[in-house]
Write a protein of this length. Structure first.
Length: 144
């Protein structure tokens, strides 16, 4: 294979164990064909040497998770709590009833665990629906 100047691109790549691999000198990644005014790449200032393009992928970390909790009160009907769990937390009738009874008996129950934005949205949706139906049901979130 030849570079853009017609020279064999393997010519300046080293000897022995380096055969077949391009070797770049210098600090940090550079764009292909960027030829610097530095003779360390073997091509001189005309850009005829071998450059390496380095692709870096961003490191993403998992988002913090939050528990969405329902708090017991003496006024919100149990059927309404079951409805909320089915509608906003995708629980079936049986699971929603179990969570509602846990909230009723223990004072607090976990509806689900979500990333911050989703948990915040669910808390707002539950609170809005409760207020529209004139129930004092409280929904909160806490970091896991």
């Amino acid at each position: 294979m030849r570079d853009r100047n017609g020279q064999d691109w393997m010519a300046g790549c080293g000897t022995g164990g380096d055969a077949g691999r391009s070797v770049a000198y210098g600090a940090g990644p550079r764009l292909a064909g960027g030829g610097q005014d530095d003779d360390r790449d073997g091509g001189g200032p005309d850009g005829g040497g071998t450059d390496v393009v380095t692709k870096t992928s961003p490191k993403t970390k998992k988002p913090s998770m939050y528990r969405v909790l329902l708090l017991n009160d003496d006024y919100t009907p149990m059927e309404f709590v079951v409805h909320v769990l089915e509608r906003y937390f995708n629980k079936d009738q049986q699971e929603a009833t179990q969570i509602m009874l846990h909230v009723h008996q223990k004072g607090v129950g976990v509806c689900g665990i979500f990333p911050f934005e989703i948990a915040e949205t669910k808390v707002m949706q539950v609170t809005d629906l409760a207020r529209k139906n004139q129930h004092p049901l409280q929904c909160t979130m806490e970091k896991v």
